[in-house]
Write a protein of this length. Structure first.
Length: 291
């Protein structure tokens, strides 16, 4: 019982830490940092934190072929994800970027039909339609900045959801053999390496900027992923996904309260429909797993 309870606690902690990205991104964008810079620091400092953690358990040594595999996958699942996610936030607002990231369960449902050839129930198809309607409302509402919607921002937001969806099966499979610390050391190493050649550090960093950069990496690049891994060890993946749905809600609350971002009525309707669809898909998957 204690193990299960702690699993839910870790899931909530992961959602809370990830939600802070909306706050940190607004501060760093205002300081002049680009999405590439923020993504690089988040991955590289996160990699260092996981590497130190893993070294204490003497588990960092793995087969070179596995290390290379994780690094290559990290180039897409970490480097690619971080970059398109922050690009979406920059163009259409932090709240809109956050909610488009959470179209991930919709992508998972689509994959299950067209790649895994699973039979998709009517409830799941309904959830997909509801999510698509929600995305349409959000995208044509002008985003959380209430300006003209950027096609680049929308594309990056949907791409972040797609890449995020691809993380679930990969992480779940390899976690049976390697600890969270080892996996994310190499994944984030790959992510930081793929971003480094494209970055130009043109903006001087103040002490405050460095502080926010480090907090971004600690909370959203290290602690959130570690808590996520701990929750997956204790409770079913579907339950973790349900509790992690707190992230877009909390993230939107932060920027609405502290930075004045807000959706129009149509945007809030779309936001609600996407959250509803994600919960519908989560319940559908839960029922499938329980049967």
């Amino acid at each position: 019982m204690i193990r299960i309870s702690s699993g839910y606690g870790f899931a909530v902690l992961a959602a809370f830490c990830w939600s802070l990205m909306t706050l940190f991104s607004k501060i760093l964008f205002a300081a002049g940092l680009s999405p590439l810079e923020i993504s690089f620091w988040r991955a590289s400092i996160g990699c260092i934190c996981f590497g130190i953690h893993a070294s204490y358990s003497y588990s960092l040594k793995i087969k070179p072929s596995r290390a290379l595999l994780f690094m290559l996958w990290g180039m897409l699942s970490i480097g690619g994800l971080f970059y398109v996610f922050f690009m979406s936030m920059q163009y259409n607002g932090a709240a809109m970027g956050e909610i488009l990231l959470y179209t991930a369960p919709v992508w998972v449902a689509v994959f299950s039909r067209f790649i895994s050839r699973e039979v998709v129930s009517r409830r799941r198809w309904l959830a997909i339609v509801v999510a698509l309607v929600g995305v349409t409302f959000v995208c044509f509402s002008g985003g959380s900045l209430q300006t003209e919607t950027s096609a680049t921002g929308v594309s990056c937001g949907l791409a972040s959801g797609l890449i995020y969806a691809m993380q679930y099966p990969f992480f779940k499979y390899w976690q049976k053999q390697y600890s969270t610390e080892v996996l994310y050391t190499y994944l984030q190493l790959g992510g930081s390496l793929v971003l480094l050649p494209f970055i130009h550090f043109n903006v001087p960093y103040s002490t405050q900027t460095w502080s926010v950069v480090v907090m971004t990496a600690l909370f959203t690049g290290y602690m959130a992923f570690w808590a996520y891994g701990q929750s997956l060890k204790r409770i079913p993946q579907v339950h973790v996904a349900v509790f992690c749905n707190l992230e877009p809600i909390l993230g939107t609350v932060w920027v609405c309260c502290f930075f004045g971002e807000n959706f129009t009525l149509a945007g809030w309707a779309g936001f609600s429909l996407i959250i509803l669809a994600v919960f519908m898909l989560s319940l559908e998957l839960k029922g499938t797993n329980d049967s």
